[in-house]
Design a protein around this ligand. Structure first.
Ligand code: XMP
Length: 513
């Protein structure tokens, strides 16, 4: 049976898979394809609509990605988002230029006209913007349907041709009525009927893993974080004792975390797994000594990880498959496809070229964090594990700005433990997407007990997010920040100043490196 579909054409934006996911949430099947997809292929796929994604380029530069102009004459409705919107404007002879004022983050958008795209959307609506170029002048035949103080054409359309363009990002959760806009596009504009339901991802994955692995041996990199725990339990359901989980304590874990992970996945925990803990702290500290560059640090940690696994694998005997809990934001932010590299997530871009396994299995590669959690619950993993704070593979390595030393690791572990305890005590933890302490590389002058100090500044961070692609800094109660600050400077030697990070993502990222 032919089902209706929307195609997302990828121009290198950070949120491409998120757009596809939002469309699927409208019960319409959606796939992401490179912008180079041929018109013949598009015709063959017979989509009900096409979405152009954002991207890091400027449309007016010669080398920038473009599609064939004939795409606009195919009679298929098109929605351009950000770069995609600018591309429509540029190719239809409008004007795109560098905006006098860039907009990053939340912006109130005035929706001006009676557009199918904005049906039931408030006339003033909070949207997420992230752009340096803008549409200065809409092409002839297009009407402007939204604007902001800095952006005269925040949305435009030519209803007759089925062309719609928005500078804002309807796919991210911080665009408050974004889901409505995308739903309007697929239902009002593309006339979809909504014939697609999300298959049981977990069941299908277990089945395909079983088929792929056969009677091979599998090694899983278990960090104890949500993603790798879900991947490990999924693999364990698929192949049972053919799986061995290796947990590397790289010395960059949160306070007491090594023991906590062992308590859950080790021999005394609820799972029947082959579990190996490798204490490799000094090995990592030696390799990282003196390295300041964030990307270099990530690569060193990633590479050392793989080497440790390879060694463990050799001890086990022939290992065919290696499992990682990579999730979608890790893939996209490591700059695969046409997206810009934001940072090399250690289980993707940080992989060394030579990896001594037949194949790598990443069963969560297309999921977002909240979807991983749903999969975890479906697998019967207890809620307290599923809703753990996300923790990056390179651990505190990306929460210590600059070179890593054991002393700095101790400082950030202690400060972070205090901060998390104060947040939990205040009962605000459930509302937050992620919260942690980081060690800035800044030292400054203080005065403690009549003595001059010259010590480090700790940065506290708490963000609201569910997809981890965009985030807002949380407005924590002052008492919580005050209590954490007092305890950190009193209890953690080497710290004399505590700062709160008020930045969203974008323009910052959640982690510091
Ligand atoms: P950023 O800092 O990129 O983080 O805004 C987004 C989310 O991803 C987590 N993160 C990582 N997870 N390996 C991981 O498994 C990594 O290298 C990595 N770097 C960041 C981060 O904690 C946040 O939840």
């Amino acid at each position: 049976m032919k089902r209706e579909m929307i195609i997302v054409l990828d121009f290198g934006g950070q949120y491409n898979q998120l757009i596809a996911r939002r469309v699927r949430e409208c019960n319409v099947y959606c796939e992401v394809h490179p912008y180079t997809l041929s018109l013949d292929k598009i015709k063959e796929m017979n989509p009900k609509g096409i979405i152009f994604t954002g991207g890091p380029n400027s449309v007016y530069k010669d080398e920038s990605p473009r599609c064939a102009k004939e795409i606009f004459d195919m009679g298929i409705p098109i929605l351009g988002i950000c770069y995609g919107a600018q591309l429509i404007a540029y190719m239809m002879d409008g004007k795109v230029s560098t905006a006098p004022v860039s907009e990053y983050g939340k912006v109130e958008v005035d929706v001006e006209a009676d557009s199918k795209l904005f049906e039931n959307v408030s006339s003033k609506t909070v949207c997420w913007m992230s752009h340096t170029d803008y549409i200065e002048k809409a092409p002839e035949g297009f009407s402007i349907t939204a604007h902001t103080p800095a952006c005269p054409v925040a949305a435009m359309e030519c209803e007759e041709k089925g062309l719609y363009a928005v500078q804002l990002h309807p796919e991210v959760m911080h665009t408050q009525e974004g889901a409505k806009m995308l739903s309007n596009f697929v239902y009002n504009v593309c006339k979809c009927s909504g014939d697609w339901k999300m298959d049981s991802f977990v069941e299908a994955s277990i089945e395909s893993i079983r088929e792929k692995v056969g009677d091979g041996k599998v090694l899983c990199a278990l960090s104890g974080g949500v993603d790798s725990s879900v991947a490990a339990v999924m693999l364990s359901k698929a192949v049972g004792k053919q799986l061995t989980c290796v947990f590397v304590d790289h010395g960059l874990l949160r306070k007491d975390e090594g023991d906590e992970v062992e308590a859950v996945f080790g021999p005394d925990g609820p799972y029947d797994l082959n579990f190996i803990r490798v204490n490799a702290q000094n090995r990592f500290y030696d390799k990282l000594a003196g390295i300041e560059d964030p990307e270099r640090k990530r690569k060193v940690i990633g590479e050392e990880f793989i080497r440790v696994f390879e060694e463990e694998a050799k001890k086990i005997g022939k290992v065919d498959f290696f499992v990682q809990g990579t999730i979608y934001p890790d893939v996209i932010e490591s700059g695969l496809g046409t997206s810009a590299v934001i940072k090399s997530h250690h289980n993707v871009g940080g992989l060394p070229e030579h990896v001594d396994f037949k194949e790598i299995i990443e069963p969560l590669r297309l999921l977002f964090k909240d979807e991983v959690r749903k999969a975890g619950l479906e697998l019967g993993i207890p809620e307290y594990l599923v809703y753990r704070q996300p923790f990056p593979g390179p651990g505190l390595g990306v929460r210590i700005v600059g070179a890593i030393t054991p002393e700095k690791v101790w400082i950030v572990q202690e400060a972070d433990a205090i901060y998390r305890e104060e947040i939990r005590k205040a009962g605000v933890d459930k509302e937050l997407g992620q919260y942690f302490a980081a060690l800035t590389n800044m030292r400054s002058v203080g005065c403690m007990g009549d003595e001059r100090t010259y010590d480090y500044a700790i940065a506290l961070r708490a963000v609201l997010t569910s997809d981890f692609m965009t985030a807002e800094s949380a407005e924590l109660p002052w008492e919580v920040l005050g209590a954490a600050t007092r305890r950190i400077v009193n209890e953690v030697k080497g710290v004399n100043r505590v700062l709160y990070d008020c930045t969203g993502k974008p323009p910052a990222t959640i982690e510091f490196e």
